[in-house]
Design a protein around this ligand. Sequence first.
Ligand code: PLP
Length: 488
Amino acid sequence: MSDTGNLHPFTQDRDRFAELGQGMLAELETFLTDIKTGTMNRRVPNDVRRQLMDLEMPANGQAPEDMLAFLRDTIFPWPITISQPRSYAWICAGFAPLGALADLAASTMNTGLDGYDHASVFLNVSVGRWLMELTGFSAADGFCVLFSGGSAANLNALTAARHKAAKDDGWDVRTEGLQGGRPQFRIYTSAEAHSSIQKCAEQLGLGSQSMRLVEADENFRLIPGALKAAIVRDLEAGDRPMCVVAGAGTTNVGAIDPLNDMADICAEFGLWYHIDGAYGGFGYMDPGYRDQYLGVERADTMTVDPHKWLQAPVDCGALLMRHPERHAEAFGLKPDYLMGSDEDSAPWPYEHMFQLTYGNRALKTWAVIARMGREGVRDLVVNCNRLTALLGRIVEEAPDLELLSPVSLSVVNFRYVPEGETDNAVLDRLNDAISDAIGEGGEAHMPTTKVRGRVALRVCILHYENTEDDIHHLVDLVRRCAAELTAD
Ligand SMILES: Cc1ncc(COP(=O)(O)O)c(C=O)c1O
């Protein structure tokens, strides 16, 4: 009760929490049905865009019922439909109901995951161990921090790598900064690496010119000999190799770099070994791919995103750390007004990262793994890879379709090629138009990418509901759109 005798709106709402929550859940259930059965083309109409951008701030608090009606009428109809089985765009997961409810639980408890010995901080340890098992990273003394996504996880890894390289050379990058005219740090990765690696180099003050984009083979996998030669060349030139970043499931084509060979090279030159498995880290669970993951257990750090293949609600990207103390050295700072962990504590994430307060992502990650179990995760990964392989076979056998990258994990790139057409510029325009037509039609969502400079229809299958029917539908849809576009 306030001094004026009115209950604060939040007090009123807390007293009706279950009732208000049921109203919201009922609307969300309708949303889920609508989005599954309706069109996937949910482009926000122009008047709604204007309405949303020009919204006036209410002078007085609105009624919860009016606010729910606003969400129902103005927000829910216009999402981006990436959680649907026939969305093959980018790297997008399906909807995990208990993951979403666990997120609600985290918001309701309203405790971050920074530290302070509350239950989720301890749970985070098991979640990390589970993630390490699901990726083969397995590190008895390792630790996992759940970031906003793969980009943030990569940044933490490379920051710790930079700190370690400087320390090994007898200086402290935290106190001295990068202005000392020291040898140029070098980061080695393939040209297929995700753009976040370049952003990391820029953020770390090394500049994108610190990156060595090592040549890849015809399957888009980094060539170990080329990596070694690049390191030797840089050492001879007086530069300081800092770390190697391998891809376990590259974004564009799903390639898995030769992880074990790269681990050998890192061991030989004493370099930090980071694996970016934001998308493909869980590919380890597919026995058909297991061999290619040999070497994961030798990485210093590995990124793997629960908000991708594991279907955790956005946002959640894990960094698996084999040597948590190195991250604590790179980030730890304890002012008087903050407590620190003690011997009874589980490791506190904030002591290993840049942020202090951050969201409790342990609950939703726990929820999606606990609900599927180890076998469920394996079945999901195997099924996605199996369906993508089926699509690859169909494309290879079809006279009017062409594979543009080998099927790897759950990614395939292909294009439609009308009989007799060999002009790449014409094919680029046609395949762009096919992708646009698919998006407009609302039966599926499949933006293009470029593979070796050519426009590709890129398919990434990550949804737990995808079946062979979807694959046949997709091929048929491409042909239908192509027929309409090429009809005289
Ligand atoms: C291999 C890889 N690394 C990093 C990222 C960045 O992840 P996020 O978007 O979660 O920051 C992605 C995103 O697709 C990715 O595929």
